[in-house]
Design a protein around this ligand. Structure first.
Ligand SMILES: NC(=O)c1ccc[n+]([C@@H]2O[C@H](COP(=O)([O-])OP(=O)(O)OC[C@H]3O[C@@H](n4cnc5c(N)ncnc54)[C@H](OP(=O)(O)O)[C@@H]3O)[C@@H](O)[C@H]2O)c1
Length: 276
């Protein structure tokens, strides 16, 4: 018997990730995994969805813990023969009022939003099944941060020949220069969250290119997106969208119909490809 289809969403015990799981439970023809770094918070969220009549499953997943990432990869490989839909949603953001020194904010933010998400991609991309969909939840603030980088940095981030190694070196350089207090004079904007999401959007473009070159027959579509400004613990109550509204674009990308060739390697907002 063929393996059932399976979708998994990182950091989905609350916020936009939880809303994506809720929508996938209704619209995706397969098993849907709510994942959380904390088993208690994750299983509580699963129970709440079950009380709504939905049937999500649960797996622990802490994206900064390589053992947790590999254990999850092995589980999905063993029980499902891979993954059909991966939504990389987990991320962090320091609050505006936080007084943590900028260099520390840069290190901590990039660790989760860029480096750990990159690990997730590199561990899971090989087991994404033919016809699979990968959605990296980035942010419009990554585009804003890009526009505030030096012309030299912008040219590299927009180029079609930037490699993952070069991107990683640039993200490491940002953290180092933020810690040394010289990031502004070296061409970076003063937003750790923004730069982390610039990096994630560029990483998505690189990985999409690699999939087209390495697995051209597999019709996998991988995109980055912005959910909009959404009322969650990350942003607070003043944002304009509900989590359900924020889930619309990620879910659209996760459920792009079989046979579609586009969008791929794009940054998508409000279901529309945005210029990069
Ligand atoms: N809200 C917005 O307006 C907005 C706008 C643009 C982009 N985004 C992006 O949308 C995504 C979801 O954000 P949100 O607003 O829903 O934020 P949120 O309510 O703060 O939820 C973030 C989720 O990520 C999880 N997480 C954080 N670090 C993790 C790790 N190392 N491993 C596993 N899970 C981890 C959190 O788990 P815990 O509960 O354990 O902390 C939580 O479940 C993020 O990528 C964010 O950058 C949000």
């Amino acid at each position: 018997m063929a393996n059932p289809k399976v979708a998994l969403v990182t950091g989905s015990n609350k916020g936009i990730g939880l809303a994506v799981v809720r929508a996938l439970c209704k619209e995706f023809a397969g098993h849907v995994y709510l994942t959380s770094r904390d088993v208690g918070r994750g299983t509580a969220a699963v129970e709440n969805l079950k009380a709504e009549g939905l049937k999500p499953s649960f797996h622990q997943l802490e994206i900064t813990d390589s053992e947790s990432v590999r254990a999850a990869r092995d589980y999905f490989q063993e029980y499902y023969g891979g993954v059909d839909v991966l939504v990389n949603n987990a991320a962090i953001a320091f609050k505006m009022a936080d007084t943590t020194p900028f260099g520390n904010q840069a290190e901590v933010t990039l660790k989760t939003n860029f480096f750990a998400t990159r690990d997730m991609c590199n561990v899971f991309l090989p087991i994404i099944k033919p016809g699979g969909r990968v959605v990296n939840i980035s942010s419009g603030l990554g585009s804003t941060a890009l526009s505030k980088c030096s012309p030299e940095l912008q040219a590299r981030f927009r180029s079609d020949d930037i490699t993952e190694e070069e991107l990683v070196a640039l993200m490491e350089r940002f953290v180092k220069e933020a810690q040394e207090g010289v990031h502004k004079e070296r061409g970076w904007p003063s937003t750790a969250y923004g730069v982390s999401k610039t990096g994630l959007t560029v990483l998505s473009r690189i990985h999409a290119r690699r999939l087209r070159q390495g697995r051209p027959q597999d019709d996998i579509l991988l995109n980055a997106c912005c959910p909009g400004w959404v009322r969650t613990d990350m942003t607070g109550p003043n944002a304009t969208k509900s989590p359900e509204e924020g889930a619309i674009t990620p879910v659209y990308l996760a459920l792009l119909p079989p046979g579609e060739k586009e969008p791929h390697g794009q940054f998508v907002s409000e279901k529309a490809v945005q210029p990069w």
